[in-house]
Write a protein that binds this ligand. Structure first.
Ligand code: SAH
Length: 233
């Protein structure tokens, strides 16, 4: 029965098997992470029975927690490895940050080998709730939640091995390119307000940028200095 811990685990397992069959999950690492992170702790209480539907859900302030297939796909595209330092722009519920953390800092690996996830959210109330969710789910030590404009990145912890942007940008924010380590990768939805393409952006060791569109997608807007301006929306 959903509402009991065993119930959610069974629903999680079934969803993950579906994502595997559909090809969204491709690697052992992402598989393990999606099996471990309890999505029910990251959705509003009244929507908990929907936690293992493959759909985005409202989390307040006009924002959404991304659909599980999108979280799986972006995490696969990022090609994360344990020990990496990751920046996520758009914390929202904190769920995707927890999945990223479970890949770069797996629960069954000694903490001295852990990487770290920095995640930025512009809406303070969402950031606070995400911190609470991450604490409950056991990821507070592997994820740092920052309040601010993520289009400026977070230079304090740069450079990053990977950057994941979970809101739609009109263009690649320049500060994010600067804060990406040479040889690093960024996954980011780029386009207009109502349709975007998910891009994988690579920064070569020589510092050149290669961007490749992967699939159409739809995200809430990235609002900030190098994103959309509120008056454009
Ligand atoms: N990754 C989230 C889903 C994110 S929805 C999850 O797993 O739940 C996108 C989020 O990006 C929203 O919470 C929105 O407030 C935030 N956002 C939009 N523009 C931003 C900016 N410039 N900096 C930081 N966060 C931003």
């Amino acid at each position: 029965m959903p509402g009991r811990a065993e119930g959610y685990e069974e629903l999680r397992r079934r969803l993950v098997e579906k994502l595997l069959r559909e090809g969204y999950i491709q690697s052992e690492r992402v598989l393990k992470a999606m099996l471990r992170v309890p999505r029910e702790l990251f959705v509003p209480e009244e929507l908990r029975h929907m936690a293992y539907e493959d759909t985005p859900l409202p989390i307040g302030h006009g924002q959404t927690i991304s659909a599980p297939h999108m979280v799986a796909m972006m995490t696969e595209l990022a090609e994360l490895k344990p020990g990496m330092k990751v920046l996520e722009v758009g914390t929202g519920s904190g769920y995707h940050a927890a999945v990223l953390a479970e890949v770069v800092a797996p629960s069954d690996m000694p903490p001295e080998k852990w990487g770290h996830v920095y995640t930025i959210e512009r809406i303070p109330e969402l950031a606070e709730r995400a911190r609470r969710n991450l604490r409950k789910a056991g990821y507070a030590d592997r994820v740092t939640v920052i309040v601010g404009d993520g289009t400026l990145g977070y230079p304090e912890a740069a450079p990053y091995d990977r950057i994941i942007v979970t809101a739609a940008a009109p263009d690649i924010p320049r500060p994010l390119v600067e804060q990406l380590r040479p040889g690093g990768k960024m996954v980011i939805p780029i386009g207009d307000r109502y349709m975007q393409y998910l891009y994988v952006v690579e920064k070569t060791h020589e510092g050149r940028i290669k961007a490749r569109p992967v699939t159409p997608c739809l995200f809430v807007p990235l609002i900030g200095r190098y994103g959309w301006r509120p008056e454009d929306l």
